[in-house]
Design a protein. Structure first.
Length: 248
């Protein structure tokens, strides 16, 4: 995958994109990342990339010209831009499904904004607008890092074990089940016996049930769009009955 990033602060990406899973993906040549300082494309002698909004108002807006010219240069170098993603509060909310969707692309280009906002004409070059949630950051860089990290780990051969990504919370519609490692008894807290039984069918069943239990207890909203199996419906009734009994 090729990822291009337009930012006024390219130094911010050096740590996050050279460490851990993303860094290893680059080392394996599974990922190519290039950060462009779009200030380099301004025609303004003072190298300004922002200006006051027409009609008045607080703050400064990013101008279209530097971003357009930077995108043109990237497109010429790479024979296109792929999906052009604007990090913006008005975008669709980022989640695991969006990460899975983006992981199927060969080329992604991120535009990281600053100041009060963008000249609206920048959106003419955008294919996708993404928001991390209902809060405001000082710029789009941190948002881009989150989206890139969540997306890159889904690429083939990036994780050592493909099952790691498939079993992640949200990938299957439920939160991930509880997990344990050695020792089996830590300060009196013991690993559930089923996990040391060697019975893979019972282990799979336990994990499924505990994933459902955790989702019901912590993120019941996820179950609204989740298609329950007959067994899962039975377990869910069991959880609700236990909940009622505990309240009495």
């Amino acid at each position: 995958m090729k990822i291009d990033i337009l930012s006024l602060f390219p130094e911010m990406f050096k740590g996050p994109l050279t460490q851990s899973i993303v860094g290893k993906a680059i080392e394996k040549q599974l990922l190519d990342v290039e950060v462009t300082d779009f200030r380099d494309y301004t025609t303004n002698k003072q190298r300004h990339v922002d200006d006051t909004p027409y009609g008045g108002g607080a703050g400064m807006l990013l101008q279209a010209q530097p971003i357009y010219d930077a995108l043109d240069a990237i497109a010429a170098k790479n024979d296109g831009l792929g999906k052009v993603i604007l990090l913006d509060p008005a975008g669709r909310k980022f989640d695991q499904k969006v990460a899975e969707e983006l992981s199927q692309e060969k080329h992604l280009t991120f535009i990281c904004g600053h100041y009060e906002g963008y000249d609206e004409r920048i959106r003419e070059r955008v294919t996708d607008e993404i928001s991390l949630g209902d809060f405001v950051l000082t710029g789009g860089e941190l948002g881009a890092m989150v989206v890139i990290d969540a997306t890159v780990r889904l690429l083939p051969d990036v994780l050592g074990n493909r099952e790691s990504a498939l079993g992640d919370s949200f990938s299957m519609g439920l939160l991930e089940y509880p997990q344990y490692t050695r020792p089996a008894d830590f300060r009196g807290m013991k690993v559930p016996e089923v996990l040391t039984s060697g019975n893979h069918q019972k282990i799979a069943e336990w994990r499924n049930k505990e994933a459902l239990r955790r989702t019901y207890e912590r993120r019941p909203d996820l179950l609204e769009n989740y298609e329950l199996s007959a067994q899962e419906e039975k377990w869910l009734r069991e959880f609700k009955t236990l909940e009622v009994n505990d309240d009495e």
